[in-house]
Design a protein around this ligand. Structure first.
Ligand code: RIB
Length: 322
């Protein structure tokens, strides 16, 4: 199948990650086991995931004029992504994320946006031709709200598929949510936009299906709710689907949602259905949690497709996952 163009208008951070046994309590100092500095930001992570999944990716981002910008550009270029859309601004540092990853694989993240805030609505005028030529335009909640809303409006007027990962769950206008196809949210973000408010924490996938379906046309054109280790559900005007995740040994969940979303966008861009794209994206997310870091934990297209096929076969055979 032909690869489609995915334009990611997104955030870029440098992640400073401490690996700890457990998270510190307020006021407490603890000693970390390990530390690493790496490319991050939901936009950059999703751009890399979409690229690894086979999409022709254009990444539009803003960085500072500093050493972190050099690091970020060099990692992106190392993956084979074009970096001309990653523009430096003079008056702000590159975005940074302070992350702790506990032995459980869970994380805490504090983002200081820096140059990401220079991605204002005006920037979109400069990339209008690229947007018009995209199969999918993808963005995240880490950008200024006015930019997300303008991007949604532009995509609607250009007739281009708009995918919004509302992470973190900032408040965007109902009009912007309405054109999302899909709106990608985790369970907390889903509740923030009025999807599944009554569904208890940790409820099974099936409990989310009707809520995702009820949000189609009410909140967004289509909806995907990611449910961590449980998998994900999707709903569109033609149906609703649940995709369980395989049982895997979790090392680090940081950026696994971005692996999911970037992969989803790539497969939608090449013309796969929402259900099939979600199935493959669940496999990409499950691979990503099995290694440390964000983009360094992402698997290439062939490995993701093989894992998705394995998961499907295991389910068809009714076998217990290894
Ligand atoms: O989703 C993970 C990402 O969130 C990290 O890379 C961090 O930079 C924050 O944006």
């Amino acid at each position: 199948m032909a690869s489609g163009r995915v334009v990611v208008v997104g955030s870029l951070n440098v992640d400073a990650t401490s690996y700890v046994e457990r998270f510190p309590a307020p006021g407490e100092t603890i000693v970390g086991r390990d530390f690493g500095t790496a490319l991050g930001g939901k936009g950059a992570n999703q751009a890399v995931a979409a690229h690894l999944a086979g999409a022709d990716v254009e990444f539009v981002a803003r960085v500072g004029d500093d050493a972190n910008a050099t690091l970020a550009r060099s990692v992106l270029a190392g993956f084979g992504l074009a970096i001309d859309g990653v523009v430096g601004v003079a008056d702000a540092p590159t975005g940074v994320a302070q992350i702790t990853v506990a032995d459980s694989g869970e994380n805490t993240i504090v983002v200081t946006s820096g140059a990401n805030l220079a991605l204002t609505p005006g920037v979109l005028d400069d990339v209008r031709a690229s947007l018009a030529d995209a199969a999918v335009v993808l963005t995240q909640g880490e950008l200024p709200v006015a930019t997300i809303e303008r991007l949604a409006e532009l995509c609607a007027s250009l007739g281009v598929r708009f995918v919004l990962n509302l992470a973190p769950p900032v408040v965007v206008s109902p009009d912007a949510l309405a054109v999302c196809d899909p709106l990608v949210v985790n369970e907390h973000e889903a509740r923030a936009v009025g999807i599944g408010r009554d569904v208890p924490e940790g409820a099974p996938l099936e409990d989310w299906l009707s809520h995702a379906a009820a949000a189609v046309g009410r909140v967004a054109r289509s909806v995907v709710v990611t449910l961590g280790a449980a998998g994900a559900v999707a709903a569109s005007p033609v149906g609703a689907w649940a995709e369980p995740a395989p049982e895997v040994a979790v090392v680090d969940t940081t950026g696994a949602g971005d692996a999911f979303t970037g992969t989803l966008a790539a497969f939608l861009a090449e013309g796969r259905t929402l259900a099939e794209s979600m199935r493959i994206a669940v496999a990409a997310g499950a691979l990503a949690v099995q290694a440390r870091g964000t983009v360094d934990s992402y698997a290439p297209r062939a490995a993701v497709l093989a894992a998705a096929l394995d998961d499907e076969t295991r389910r068809a055979e009714g076998a217990t996952p290894a």
